[in-house]
Design a protein around this ligand. Structure first.
Ligand SMILES: [Zn+2]
Ligand SMILES: [Zn+2]
Length: 344
């Protein structure tokens, strides 16, 4: 086996990625070496690229939408074995000692491990990952299909299934981008009356194609009034970051309705308090999920046909691919593939 591999790293924040040759790392106790086949590019990768995250040690290889195959294991890895197809997302391990960890709530760990941030992630040919970060991949999903589901997929799937809405309820998805186009599909497959909301008429056809039952054009229609005509939304997932668009929807929540924030708005949102009290309405944020949630996301997607629409680039074109993602023009997720992408 070759001893060297290619990696795309950020050596200095705000500079272009560097393609470097590195030694292939060996797994230690409780970890696996993953031969990476595909890695999605997420907006959060800009934390590393632009130096926006505290205490990142550079050089760092970004990437937390990882799909690959276990290629070697250290000691004490339970049932994980060479040849297992796996995915890794934002959750990359937990500290075991903070208050959240002691209560078993690992995703809110106050000292979290994150691939591509606290250790080298998926923009490379091999990586080392702790076994708690691994999610098993079902047979009928390709690496490029798996990758975006590890962050954009799990975040929307998990937020929806914990939103309190039940089958038949009305659920609205604000924004039809990387997260939104997956959220619409999940909402439909979970049995919600699904309302897609975006600016202008351009995305109306796409939203119907993704299965949405209703479309609201936020540029030309009053979103809250339109939601009220449907009886109000039991849950609204805000995947867009436009503060005004989020504010404009709040009045469209039903009694017990919940606004779930997934994107970070440009400015703080303003919440009219009286309707929140009178209708027991609420606003909450949702942080993706752990590796078992990722595994649920993958199984559900394989079973129901939910897929991300991807633009695929070879690993070496990471800079071009990243710039496309940052431009907001990607349709809809950008995925890097390594030379191992076709291997089983
Ligand atoms: Zn992400
Ligand atoms: Zn912890």
């Amino acid at each position: 086996m070759a001893k060297k591999m290619r990696a795309v790293q950020v050596s200095n924040p705000k500079k272009a990625f560097e393609i470097v040759e590195k030694d292939i790392p060996s797994p230690k106790k409780g970890t696996a070496r993953v031969k990476i086949q595909a890695c999605g590019i997420c907006h959060s990768d800009s934390f590393v690229k632009e130096g926006l995250f505290p205490n990142i040690q550079y050089p760092r290889v970004p990437g937390h939408e990882i799909a690959g195959v276990i290629d070697a294991v250290g000691e004490e890895v339970g049932n994980w074995k060479v040849g297992d197809r796996i995915g890794i997302g934002w959750y990359g391990g937990h500290c075991k000692i903070c208050e959240s960890c002691r209560r078993g709530d690992f995703i809110t760990c106050s000292n979290p491990q994150v691939p591509g941030i606290t250790y080298d992630g998926g923009y490379q040919e091999y990586m080392i990952a702790p076994i708690e970060a691994l999610a098993l991949v079902p047979e009928n999903l390709s690496p490029a299909e798996v990758a975006p589901l590890m962050c954009a997929g799990i975040t929307t799937f998990n937020a929806l299934r914990h939103s309190g809405a039940i089958a038949g309820d009305t659920v609205a998805i604000l924004g039809i981008g990387g997260l939104g186009h997956l959220a619409i599909q999940y909402a439909v497959k979970m049995g919600f009356r699904t309302v897609a909301i975006a600016r202008g008429q351009e995305k109306a056809t796409l939203s119907k194609k993704l299965g949405a039952h209703h479309y609201i054009d936020s540029k030309n229609q009053n979103v809250s009034e339109e939601l009220k005509k449907l009886g109000g939304a039991k849950a609204i997932l805000a995947t867009a970051t436009n503060t005004k668009a989020i504010n404009d929807m709040l009045d469209g929540l039903s009694v017990n309705g919940k606004l779930v924030l997934l994107g970070v708005p440009e400015a703080p949102i303003s919440v009219p308090v009286l309707p929140m009290i009178a209708g027991r309405r609420s606003v909450e944020g949702w942080p993706c999920g752990t590796s078992s949630d990722s595994q649920d996301t993958l199984s559900f997607s394989a079973m129901t046909g939910v897929r991300s629409t991807n633009q695929i680039f070879p690993l070496e074109k990471a800079e071009e691919a990243y710039q496309l993602m940052m431009s907001g023009k990607a349709r809809f997720r950008v995925v890097l593939q390594t030379r191992f992408s076709e291997e089983i």
